[in-house]
Design a protein around this ligand. Structure first.
Ligand SMILES: Cc1cc2nc3c(=O)[nH]c(=O)nc-3n(C[C@H](O)[C@H](O)[C@H](O)COP(=O)(O)OP(=O)(O)OC[C@H]3O[C@@H](n4cnc5c(N)ncnc54)[C@H](O)[C@@H]3O)c2cc1C
Length: 390
């Protein structure tokens, strides 16, 4: 395994850094934006339009669809530079809906959506989880009944970003209630500005909301079905060869650690700099080791992908380790900053603009979203270690 980036990749890194320095409309040193927040999402979409103009949003797309067929390592470089500066450039449209349409979409769907996704003109929301279906997603109950040229959709989708200016939702719905649970599901695209759709905001324990969308007999045209009827489970699982190493976590963590080190040097407790406290020094050093470990794990996954291998257990390992490492990092930051460290963003007394406290609360969600730590550990136990199902 060779971890060194080549000259072309390093040149690209410089190009990305320069671009951000010149074009980013906010001060990344002071912000930690949440692309699923109502206010932040507007700023983020505006910046994504600029990334779209550069062709960077869709660099991983095949050239026949206007992408650059970029290598995994080039994507790693891009993702690292964005995450280090806290720019939430990851995009469900680019990484999920676009590739799914390339594989399963009709010509009309490709024409309607792909250019808009590439130019950041559509904000998508992911409609998979329901109030009673998360880890066991195939138990989902939102139903879609055929009626003429439409499906009539009823049910709820939760924990999504529909409240934050999403125009469309890509969703899994039950089209055959009598079939075995994985086989009666279809993949449809639903416009959110439609009669019968209600979007509610659910407060998170950090300063943000997530969406609860209720569909009450909503008519979704059949032309918005992607792939075959009742084969949606397999459509949802099909993805192009994207970089999925999770390298954004250690890249972001590196920046946060730098902030904490700086804070420890500049602030005192009982007349002595925090940076001379042996407990703080040891914790910071330990976190630096964890971040480096996470980074190398992620490079390993990216390298496997670049060799045409499909990371399975390895991807679960980086997800568990990366999200739990972020939680430990932010949690230590809050402790190290003392009582003031618990203040929310917005308080003039909050150290580092309250970013660490807010991100600490948010980091618990990271260990749940996209498959909980427990589910990832199940994958490692069963597929990695060959242990029987628990
Ligand atoms: C911040 C955030 C953003 C999200 N964004 C989206 C989104 O955009 N779109 C979307 O569709 N969903 C989204 N989700 C939902 C997310 O995918 C689910 O929360 C997650 O899959 C867990 O499902 P659940 O909440 O129903 O918990 P449950 O599945 O009910 O799990 C409850 C607990 O039981 C444990 N558990 C469950 N099954 C097992 C098992 N077999 N073995 C061991 N332990 C088990 C879990 O680990 C967990 O601790 C988001 C969640 C969060 C927190």
């Amino acid at each position: 395994m060779d971890f060194k980036f080549d000259n072309v990749e390093e040149e690209f890194r410089s190009e990305v850094k320069e671009f951000i320095e010149k074009e980013l409309p906010w001060d990344w040193r002071k912000e930690d934006l949440d692309a699923e927040d109502e206010v932040d999402s507007i700023k983020v979409m505006e910046f994504k339009k600029k990334l779209g103009e550069q062709g960077w949003l869709t660099m991983a797309w095949p050239t026949e669809y206007g992408g650059q067929s970029a290598t995994h390592m080039r994507q790693v470089v891009f993702n690292e530079e964005m995450a280090y500066r806290g720019i939430p450039a990851g995009d469900a449209g680019v990484r999920m809906v676009g590739p799914i349409l390339m594989l399963y979409g009709t010509d009309e769907q490709k024409e309607q959506f792909l250019p808009k996704i590439a130019n950041a003109e559509i904000n998508w929301s992911q409609g998979y989880s329901e109030p009673d279906s998360g880890s066991d997603l195939a138990s989902l109950q939102t139903k879609a009944v055929e009626d003429g040229d439409d499906f009539v959709v009823s049910g709820s989708k939760i924990w999504n970003s529909a409240h934050a200016g999403s125009d469309w939702m890509f969703m899994l719905v039950r089209t055959d209630p009598d079939a075995p649970k994985h086989r009666g599901i279809s993949f449809v695209l639903s416009e959110l500005e439609t009669d019968g759709v209600t979007v509610e905001r659910i407060p998170m324990m950090w300063e943000a909301y997530r969406g609860l969308v209720t569909f009450d007999n909503v008519r979704v045209p059949k032309k918005n079905l992607v792939g075959e009827l009742n084969r949606g489970w397999y459509v949802g699982a099909a993805l192009l060869d994207f970089e999925r190493s999770g390298v954004d976590r250690p890249a972001r963590a590196k920046r946060i650690l730098e902030d904490l080190v700086e804070f420890a040097k500049e602030n005192q407790k009982n007349g002595t700099p925090l940076s001379t406290d042996p407990v703080i020094r040891r914790e910071l050093a330990d976190l630096a080791v964890q971040i480096e470990t996470a980074r190398l794990m992620c490079y390993n996954v990216a390298w496997m992908q670049s060799q045409g291998q499909i990371p399975n257990m390895e991807a679960s390992i980086t997800k568990v380790y990366g999200t739990e490492m972020m939680n430990r990092l932010y949690g230590f930051g809050v402790k190290m900053m003392g009582l003031h460290g618990q203040l929310d963003p917005g308080s003039k007394w909050a150290p580092l603009q309250g970013r660490i406290e807010n991100a600490w609360l948010r980091s618990f969600g990271g260990m749940v979203a996209a498959g909980t730590s427990e589910i990832q550990r199940n994958v490692v136990a069963q597929r990695g270690l060959g242990l029987p199902r628990g």
